[in-house]
Design a binder for this molecule. Structure first.
Ligand SMILES: Cc1cc2nc3c(=O)[nH]c(=O)nc-3n(C[C@H](O)[C@H](O)[C@H](O)COP(=O)(O)OP(=O)(O)OC[C@H]3O[C@@H](n4cnc5c(N)ncnc54)[C@H](O)[C@@H]3O)c2cc1C
Ligand code: FES
Length: 338
């Protein structure tokens, strides 16, 4: 095993030298920049300060012999041959990431409960979408206006994008997804979009508030924090109507497996057997934290929930700059029918 250290962020990860340095960095939750992943665009270029890298075959076209002589390397193509200390500017802002339109194939569709479906989209070839945990994409189908859905998996470069889609009453596109969309269908995506993403430079404890499928991007954030071995305290509040609306068991598993992750499920319309928290999800946060000054808050889900959280948390000390949110507003604005 070799140790790779990015001198810019101080982050460290291990590689056995089988996969490219970029692949291993992404799997360990480091947002190293990349583009083509074929060795031609040069976006994954880094300076090797110490240690040795090797390429399989010729030096790729995305780097010049002079750059190689100066100690630079294309991380998507090279493998570690020793411990390495390198310099690369990790992405920490959406401005660093290009919004792209890409074709994708519906790889898998899985019904998670009565009104949520999990859709996996695969980007063909060796392309993959670079994004920050928490961001969303627009799904593009020729028969509909684009519809926004958050990416529910952490940004490793598996080229698979996971979405959690809730069926909307009277909703044209979500009815199409539930009743007509088939595996192997072709769609397009545009993204990544939005400024709802996990701020990694902070050391503050984190409160995550999810309403319904607002859990999707929150899942991406937690998976990313786990991959990154971040040990900030994480309090996840997931609010749904009734117990059947919890469409995944992952939060309980995380809370069992990691001391720093705490899960508080909340029901707004509980059945008689429910022993846990009840009411609106933001109210549980207010009950548990008298003073929100020292916390970073991420809220995602129905617009009403996000607004209630924003309005009331401020009164309990939350600093505005420490509040990040994505409200799942509908594309329908009153003047389209698609
Ligand atoms: C940033 C962002 C991220 C999102 N992420 C997710 C996610 O991860 N998961 C998820 O489930 N959702 C997510 N959403 C919400 C999702 O985009 C919507 O649920 C989806 O666009 C609904 O599409 P639809 O075609 O089914 O509904 P629409 O057909 O657009 O209908 C929406 C609502 O408007 C009403 N309506 C539509 N047309 C008319 C009309 N002509 N007259 C009167 N009423 C009408 C419908 O009855 C319905 O109540 C997100 C939204 C945003 C903005
Ligand atoms: S990502 Fe394009 S050269 Fe490495």
């Amino acid at each position: 095993m070799f140790t790779i250290e990015n001198q810019v962020s101080g982050k460290i990860f291990q590689t056995d030298g089988t996969d490219s340095i970029l692949d291993d960095a992404l799997i360990h939750g480091l947002n190293f920049p990349y583009g083509c992943q074929k060795g031609s665009c040069g976006k994954c270029k880094a300076t090797i300060i110490e240690g040795e890298v090797g390429y399989e075959g010729e030096i790729p076209s995305g780097i010049t012999p002079e750059e190689v002589a100066d100690g630079m390397a294309l991380l998507c193509q090279c493998r570690a041959k020793s411990d390495i200390s390198l310099v690369v500017a990790e992405l920490d802002s959406v401005a660093d990431i290009e919004v792209r339109t890409l074709p994708c194939k519906v790889e898998k569709i899985k019904r998670l409960n009565h009104d949520v479906i999990q859709v996996f989209l695969k980007i063909p070839g060796s392309e993959s979408l670079q994004y920050l945990a928490g961001q969303y994409i627009d799904l593009i189908h020729p028969d509909f206006d684009p519809r926004a859905f958050s990416i529910a998996n952490a940004p490793t470069n598996t080229s698979l994008i996971e979405l959690h889609v809730r069926l909307v009453e009277g909703g044209k596109f979500t009815h199409f997804v539930f009743n007509e969309l088939e595996e192997k269908s072709l769609l397009r995506i545009e993204g990544p979009k939005g400024d709802f993403f996990f701020r990694e430079d902070s050391k503050k404890p984190v409160i995550l508030v999810a309403g319904g499928t607002g859990f999707g991007p929150i899942k991406a954030i937690i998976e990313h924090a786990i991959a990154n071995k971040l040990n900030r305290q994480i309090y996840l509040y997931w609010g749904v109507r009734d117990e059947v609306d919890f469409y995944m068991d992952l939060p309980s598993q995380w809370a069992n497996d990691y001391d720093n992750i705490h899960f508080i499920p909340v029901l707004s319309e509980p059945n008689d057997e429910w022993q846990g928290r009840t009411g609106f999800v933001h109210e549980s946060v207010l009950n548990d934290f008298d003073d929100l000054t020292g916390y970073e808050v991420y809220a995602c889900g129905p617009p009403k929930m996000v607004k209630s959280a924003a309005d009331t948390f401020i009164n309990q000390g939350m600093i505005k700059d420490n509040f990040f949110a994505d409200a799942f507003v509908f594309a329908y604005t009153g003047n389209n029918n698609e």
